[in-house]
Design a protein. Structure first.
Lengths: 130, 144
C-alpha cells in the first residue's frame, strides 16, 4: 500500500501506529468475557445482599468465587477505562482538559481496581478481617 | 445571494446534530436507534460509578465486620436500594445493547428494520431482566 502515500506523508512518518487492530480486538474480547462474568456477579450480589459478614467471608474464600470475582473486577476496570476514554476523546475538545480527564480516568481505574482486587485476595487468602 | 466579500457561512461539520449552537433545533428527528446509542454511553458511565461501589464493598469487607455492616446498611437504605435498582437497569441495558454492538461488529444486523427491532428487544429485555432479578432478590430475602 506504500505506493498510495505521498512523499510528504512518508517523510513525516505518521499514519497508522499498527496497534489499532489489536486494541479493537482486545476491547471486544473484554466485552465478550464480561457477559458471563457479570451475569454470574449479579447472582453473587443477590446472595451476598441476603447474607451477613461471615457469609461474605466464607463466600470469598471459596476458590471459584475468589477467582471469578478477581477476573470480573480486572476485566471490568479495563473495559471501563477503555469506555470512558472514548467518551472523553469524543466530547472534550481542549487538549489540556482532555489530557487531565484521560489521566484521572486511568488513575481512578487502576486505584479502585487494585484496591478491590487486593481486598478480595486479603480475605480469600485468610488474612481476613482483623 | 451572499456577498463575496462577506465571510463564508459555516460549513456543516460531521457528525452534526443541531442546526446551530447548543440548544438550537435538532437536524434529525428523534428515533429509537439514536436513543439506544446515547443510553449505551449513559448506562456505561452509570456502571462506572457502580464499579466504584463494588470496590468500596471489597475494601469494607477486608476492613472488618463493623465496616462491612455499615456498608450494607448504607446500600440497604431506601436511597441505596434506589441506586442499586438504577444500576440493575443500567447493567441489563448495557449488557443487551453491548451484545447488539458485538453482533454489528461481526457484520450483521445493520438493516434499518433489523436495527429498530433489536432496539425494541433490548428495551424489553432490560425491563424484564431488571424486574426478574429484583423479584429473585425479594424471594431469597436479599432486600432485608
Amino acid at each position: 500500500m506504500t505506493q498510495f502515500r505521498t512523499p510528504l506523508s512518508r517523510a513525516r512518518g505518521l499514519g497508522s501506529a499498527r496497534h489499532g487492530i489489536n486494541h479493537w480486538i482486545s476491547e471486544r474480547v473484554a466485552a465478550i468475557a464480561l457477559v458471563p462474568l457479570t451475569l454470574w456477579a449479579v447472582y453473587g450480589v443477590i446472595e451476598l445482599a441476603a447474607g451477613d459478614y461471615a457469609f461474605a467471608v466464607a463466600w470469598i474464600r471459596h476458590p471459584l468465587n475468589a477467582v471469578l470475582i478477581v477476573l470480573t473486577l480486572a476485566v471490568s476496570f479495563w473495559h471501563m477505562h477503555a469506555g470512558l476514554r472514548v467518551v472523553v476523546e469524543d466530547y472534550i475538545e481542549k487538549a489540556m482538559s482532555k489530557t487531565v480527564l484521560l489521566l484521572i480516568n486511568l488513575f481512578v481505574c487502576w486505584l479502585a481496581g487494585a484496591l478491590a482486587i487486593f481486598s478480595i485476595l486479603k480475605v480469600a487468602l485468610g488474612g481476613g478481617a482483623f | 445571494m451572499t456577498d463575496a466579500s462577506k465571510t463564508p457561512r459555516e460549513r456543516p461539520t460531521s457528525p452534526h446534530l443541531v442546526t446551530g449552537g447548543l440548544g438550537s433545533p435538532l437536524l434529525w428527528r428523534w428515533h429509537i436507534t439514536m436513543w439506544t446509542s446515547i443510553l449505551h454511553r449513559v448506562s456505561g458511565v452509570g456502571l462506572y460509578v457502580g464499579a466504584l461501589i463494588a470496590a468500596a464493598w471489597a475494601v469494607t469487607l477486608a476492613s472488618g465486620p463493623l465496616e462491612y455492616a455499615q456498608f450494607k446498611l448504607l446500600l440497604g437504605s431506601p436511597l441505596g436500594k434506589l441506586v442499586m435498582f438504577g444500576l440493575t437497569v443500567a447493567f441489563f441495558y448495557h449488557l443487551a445493547n453491548g451484545i447488539r454492538h458485538l453482533v454489528w461488529d461481526a457484520g450483521h444486523g445493520f438493516a434499518l428494520k433489523t436495527a429498530n427491532a433489536s432496539a425494541v428487544v433490548v428495551f424489553a429485555f432490560t425491563v424484564a431482566a431488571s424486574l426478574a432479578v429484583w423479584w429473585i432478590a425479594l424471594r431469597i430475602g436479599a432486600l432485608g
